[in-house]
Structures are given as C-alpha cells and as structure tokens.
Design a protein around this ligand. Structure first.
Ligand SMILES: Cc1cc2nc3c(=O)[nH]c(=O)nc-3n(C[C@H](O)[C@H](O)[C@H](O)COP(=O)(O)O)c2cc1C
Length: 116
C-alpha cells in the first residue's frame, strides 16, 4: 500500500493509510469511452464498500504526477500492467474509524428546475 501510495506525488494519503486497494484497469483498445467505463466500475466498488461497511476513497491517477513519471506510469511499472490498459484511479479500502454523518441534500437537489 505504501508503494502504491508513492505512485502519486500528492493526495494519496488514503492509500498509505488503507488496508487494501483496488486498481480498476480498462482495456483501451477499441474503447473510446474507457474513462467512463473506469468511472462506472469505480463507483460500483465505492457503493459495494459502503454496503459492506468498508471505508473507501477514490484516489485519482490519470494525468497526475507520480514520483518517477506520471502516476499512471508509476502504477503500471509497480503492478506490471500492460500499456493498453487505462488507469483512471485507485480505490483505497479500510475499516472506518467513525460512521459517516448523513448528508444534507438541501441546495444540492433541484426539483423541476434549478433552485426548485
Ligand atoms: C473524481 C474524484 C477524484 C478524487 N481524487 C482523490 C484523490 O486523489 N485523493 C483523495 O484523497 N481523495 C480523492 N477523492 C475523494 C474526495 O476528495 C472526497 O473525499 C470524496 O469525494 C468525498 O467527498 P465529500 O466528503 O465532500 O462528499 C476523489 C473523489 C473523486 C470523485
């Protein structure tokens, strides 16, 4: 986990602190929408983690700086991922220290039209 966290220069704290991580990879060959695919996969991982009471955090990798190259290049080298796979992000996983507070939706959900 520490080595994975080092693949991203800044903002990878939840990886260093996490117990495990999933790095979704998408075969980019013949797939124009690989970023969208990786986003959907990652979102399902976040929802599944929530369902099982596991804390999870999206750690963005695409177009971010790594330590020796880009974050993507560093992860590719660390995990041996072939170059035709896109790496959008990692999802760090761990046991939560405290439960999430319920979210206030007021001002974020608009009914009928913006502001409604
Ligand atoms: C597209 C995306 C990229 C993110 N990248 C990072 C990241 O690189 N590092 C990090 O610590 N958190 C990252 N997060 C997590 C956010 O910082 C934040 O913790 C999470 O979205 C929950 O936000 P909220 O508590 O305001 O709802 C990312 C979240 C999203 C949706």
């Amino acid at each position: 986990m520490r080595r994975l966290a080092r693949c991203k220069r800044m903002g990878a704290g939840p990886l260093a602190d996490g117990d495990a991580a999933i790095v979704p990879i998408v075969d980019k060959r013949n797939l124009e929408l690989w970023v969208e695919d990786a986003s959907v996969a990652s979102t399902f991982i976040l929802l599944a983690a929530e369902y099982y009471g596991v804390a999870a955090c999206w750690i963005h990798m695409k177009d971010r700086r790594g330590h020796t190259g880009t974050a993507e290049e560093d992860i590719r080298a660390l995990l041996g991922i072939p170059s035709h796979y896109g790496i959008l992000n990692a999802v760090s996983l761990g046991m939560p220290r405290k439960p999430n507070e319920p979210r206030e939706l007021k001002g974020k959900v608009h009914r009928g039209r913006y502001g409604g």
